[in-house]
Structure formats: C-alpha cells, structure tokens
Design a protein around this ligand. Structure first.
Ligand code: NDP
Length: 291
C-alpha cells in the first residue's frame, strides 16, 4: 500500500507556489494578499484560520486575520464583507465556516465578490466549476485533485465513488471527477445517507472518496482490492491517553483498509494539508486575475 502523504505533497506544492510568488513579485507586483475572517472562537475554526495564515507567510504571501466577536450582527458582518470586496489591496478572502446560528451562511456567501471568493463557494463560481470554466475550485476537492496529480493516479475511465454530498466536499468532488479534465474523466457515483446498499456501491470503486463525518465508517469489506482510497473525514474520538483527551481520525478504518487498498491517505497528515495548499493556489490565481 502506498501512503498518499499530505505532508510530502503539500511541501512540494508549497515550494512551487513560493517560487511563483517570488517571480510575481520580481515582476513588480505586490505579494498576493489573503484575508481570513474569523467570527467567534470555535477552537477548530481558530486552528484552521491560524494554519491558513501561517501557510501564507511560508510562501511569501501577505495575510490578514480579521477577528470578529461571536455576537456580531449579520448586518455588521455583511458590512465587513462589502469593505473587503472593495479593498484593492486584497486579492481574496474567506469567511471561516461555521458561522454562529443567528447569521445566515448563504446570505454571507452570496455577498462575497465572486472574484475574491477563493473558497469557491459562491454560486457563480460553483456554476463556473460545473461548466468547466476558469474559476476557484473549492479547496478540499481541489486539494484532492492536486494529491491525485502528484502521485500520478490515473482517473480517466476509472469508477469513482464519492460518499457524502455536502456543498463543500462531496458534491463538488463528484463534479470535478466527472469533468472532461485531468484529473477527471472518471465515471462517478455520488452516494449519501439515502443510498441503498452503500457497501455494494463502494465495492465498485477504483477510487473511493469518503467525506461523511463518521469515524472509521469505511471498513475493509467495503473496499475493492487495489482501490485508491481518499479519506476526507476529520473526527474527534475520545482518547484518555492523549493530553487533550481526544485524537483525530478519518472516515476510513485506516488499519483495516490499508491491507486492501493500493493507495490511502492518512488522517491527520492527508487531505487536510492539501486543502490548505489549494487555498494558496486559489489566492495566487486571484492575484494574477486568472479566474
Ligand atoms: P456534511 O455533514 O456536510 O456531509 C456529510 C455527508 O455524508 C452528507 O451528504 C450525508 O448524507 C453523508 N452521510 C452521512 N451519513 C451517511 C451514511 N450513513 N451513509 C452514507 N452517507 C452518509 O460533512 P462535510 O462534507 O462538511 O464533511 C465531511 C467530513 O470531512 C467531516 O468529518 C469534516 O470534518 C471533514 N472535512 C475535512 C476537510 C479537510 O480539509 N480534510 C474539509 C471539510 C470537511 P445526507 O446528505 O443524505 O445527509
């Protein structure tokens, strides 16, 4: 079994992006600039946003972290979004999800200028993705494509089964794998909680992508021998032996599936790191005005 190592892959892409940033700046441009808006202090969101800011520094990009209180009104948040849309010194920004319950995420997503929507969540960008037009690809599926590319995994004509149909992972992943593009050109089955006989569907997969949010849900008996398995899940499992009281685990039973799969991503150290790299790639694309 070949480990699809997010650390190795992310490092390779970051080196490439850092060189491209250097060249961009050497041509007289200012460094690409990403802003991250963090509402409240959800620990997972704080960790994600801090990671994104650190990544920017590593590749020579500028980053701004905008912290807003959890009781901010939707109106005030929308005013901040409008300010960022108009800021010419900023190439792209993200509003870290989830937002507090009193704020409607769809309204906020719609308010972001599609040209600055480096998360690729705005309906205009989702539509452009579906039509195979230049756009920002959503970070997690984009990161997975970069991972498949890095390991030269053939996707053309393969049967890809995606488990989970969320707007940010499963649905765009299924669209991207089916597009007439490379990676892509796979025959795709998109499954979800209403799928009848999920095991049979999964067993047909040459490439199985799990984005469910349930620890160790995909077991060895659901995986075709030799399949490529991509584990998107990030789940907290109680673990008294850890100082923080939990450990992170994916949606795939790593030990069992590693005996059957040809390739497998670890959690942590897999897709999560590539998600962060994809955001950098989108920010560089925004700076170049390529969307
Ligand atoms: P959502 O909760 O939005 O979606 C989960 C999907 O899984 C839904 O489509 C749901 O189906 C489906 N599902 C749930 N139970 C079953 C089941 N028993 N059988 C089949 N399908 C099922 O999650 P996300 O897509 O946002 O995230 C999925 C996981 O990936 C989470 O662990 C999350 O933390 C992680 N994640 C990791 C990222 C990374 O960078 N590595 C980035 C984003 C997320 P239905 O639609 O019918 O309810």
């Amino acid at each position: 079994m070949t480990l699809l190592d997010g650390k190795v892959t992310a490092r390779a892409y970051k080196e490439k992006i850092a060189l491209e940033v250097q060249e961009w700046v050497a041509r007289g441009n200012r460094p690409p600039h990403l802003a991250a808006v963090l509402v409240g202090d959800n620990p997972a969101s704080v960790a994600y946003v801090n990671g994104k800011v650190k990544d920017c520094e590593q590749v020579g990009m500028k980053s701004s972290l905008i912290k807003l209180p959890s009781d901010i009104s939707q109106e005030d948040l929308l005013a901040k979004v409008a300010e960022l849309n108009a800021d010419e010194g900023l190439d792209g920004f993200i509003v870290q999800l989830p937002l507090p319950n009193h704020i409607d995420e769809k309204t906020v997503t719609l308010a972001i200028d599609p040209k600055k929507d480096v998360d690729g969540f705005h309906p205009e960008n989702v539509g452009r993705m579906a039509l195979n037009l230049p756009t920002y690809l959503p970070a997690t599926p984009h990161g997975i494509l970069m991972m498949l590319e890095h390991y030269n995994i053939e996707t053309i004509g393969k049967h890809c089964v995606v488990v989970g149909r969320s707007n940010i992972v499963g649905s765009p992943m299924s669209i991207l794998m089916a597009r007439n593009a490379n990676p892509g050109n796979a025959t795709v089955t998109l499954t979800h909680s209403r799928t009848v006989d999920l095991k049979t569907e999964c067993l047909r997969a040459d490439i199985l992508i799990a984005a469910i949010g349930k620890a160790n849900f995909i077991t060895a008996d659901m995986v075709k021998p030799g399949a490529v398995v991509i584990d998107v899940g990030i789940n907290r499992v109680d673990d008294a032996s850890r100082e923080r009281g939990y450990r992170l685990t994916g949606d795939v039973d790593f030990d069992g599936v590693s005996a059957v799969a040809s390739h497998l991503t670890p959690v942590p150290g897999g897709v999560g790191l590539m998600t962060r790299v994809a955001l950098l790639q989108n920010t560089l694309q925004a700076a170049r005005g390529e969307n």
